[in-house]
Design a protein around this ligand. Sequence first.
Ligand SMILES: Cc1cc2nc3c(=O)[nH]c(=O)nc-3n(C[C@H](O)[C@H](O)[C@H](O)COP(=O)(O)OP(=O)(O)OC[C@H]3O[C@@H](n4cnc5c(N)ncnc54)[C@H](O)[C@@H]3O)c2cc1C
Length: 421
Amino acid sequence: MHVLVLGGGVVGVTSAWYLAKAGHRVTVLDRQPGAGLETSFANAGQVSPGYSAPWAAPGIPVKALKWLMMRHRPLVLWPSLEPRLYGWLARMLANCTEEAYTRNKGRMVRLAEYSRDALRDLRAETGIAYDHREQGTLQLFRTQKQLDHVPDDTRVLDAYGVPYAVLDPAGCIAAEPALARVSGTFVGGLRLPGDETGDAHLFTQRLAALCEAQGVTFRYGTAITGLRSEGGAVMGVVTGTGEVLSADAYVAAMGSYTPALVRPLGIDLPVYPVKGYSLTLPVTDPEAAPVSTVMDETYKVAITRLGDRIRVGGTAELAGFSQILRSPRRETLARSLGDLFPAGGDVAQARFWTGLRPMTPDGTPIVGATRLANLYTNTGHGTLGWTMACGSGRLLADLVSSRTPEIAADDLAVGRYRRAA
Ligand SMILES: Cc1cc2nc3c(=O)[nH]c(=O)nc-3n(C[C@H](O)[C@H](O)[C@H](O)COP(=O)(O)OP(=O)(O)OC[C@H]3O[C@@H](n4cnc5c(N)ncnc54)[C@H](O)[C@@H]3O)c2cc1C
């Protein structure tokens, strides 16, 4: 079968890899000159099944109001008249119940754990390297109040059998020795030893090269402007030059831009772009830099060691498709880094970046079939697209190939919203 994968981010490229492994002829289309150059370019680098949880959770509406008031706020909402934003927010609020949280979390953990295992298999099979480390992650609490809420999180971790350790300051320093230099700034931490870290862009580029070696064709610089359908199936993809490309099956993996592509076909994907920011800077003193990821709970900022660089990522900004780099967001990232790893890297040399997380209101990505017989989606991975990419790609390849997937998948496709309605 010939499969066209629309989008060459980490999700599109992992889809292409597993589709090629399943024996299909695969072509990937992307408007950029290479793979992984949009949201997958400079994310926070966490492969974190342990943190796989929806943002929509009981108590979040009240917390969100507090976050909006902070000087270094983790959440920013730009006044907008965009109806899609308010519709999406309403659906997110509807998911803030205990029942919805438990259901959504269960789906996300299932996919994230499968994905971590798929990534490990892929590494063992190919030897792919991407500045990765397998040293767990550490959520760092600056206040006793934050620490007092840890049992809420560990209850969930216990329920899903995720290993963890609650650490006192000495334990945090044992995990992340550079924190000894700022020992007065935190009161404890929650360590997730099963989590990993790595550069999603490097991974995507290297996996794209491995895909090419398997016979996958990449057509970069190809803008996708629409889909043509007939008789309940997609007949072709229209490109910016007016060319129509046809295949037996189509995988829509264009991140935040996927809903606009499939909407004219009557498919409503509740995916909204949630803007995030990162800084990438060179390590100047390895002893003063993190060894893995440290999540600063106060500012919701993740600080990750990627080889000889430090990546600092965070902020959720609801601002449509705007890609403007806003300096207050940079200050928040720099502030968190300066508090925790003041001598680890050179902020003056930092590269400031922004990307749009393709977020669903229930946190779970939309992987699987659609109402059109040969159209599949692999999108909506939100804050966890790097964590879930390999599992989503492998699952998608099984579905396209009519093979029984290795994990339950009925509640991951877009049909779950129809059923809920
Ligand atoms: C600040 C930040 C920090 C993050 N940290 C983490 C983290 O630590 N761990 C984690 O798991 N996840 C993290 N994420 C989320 C993760 O980066 C995303 O979920 C993931 O990159 C989404 O991948 P994707 O392939 O779906 O989208 P993308 O990478 O955006 O890929 C979509 C592709 O489609 C192409 N495309 C779009 N429209 C068109 C068109 N019309 N024509 C042709 N091509 C098109 C684009 O060029 C792009 O290459 C973070 C995100 C941000 C912003």
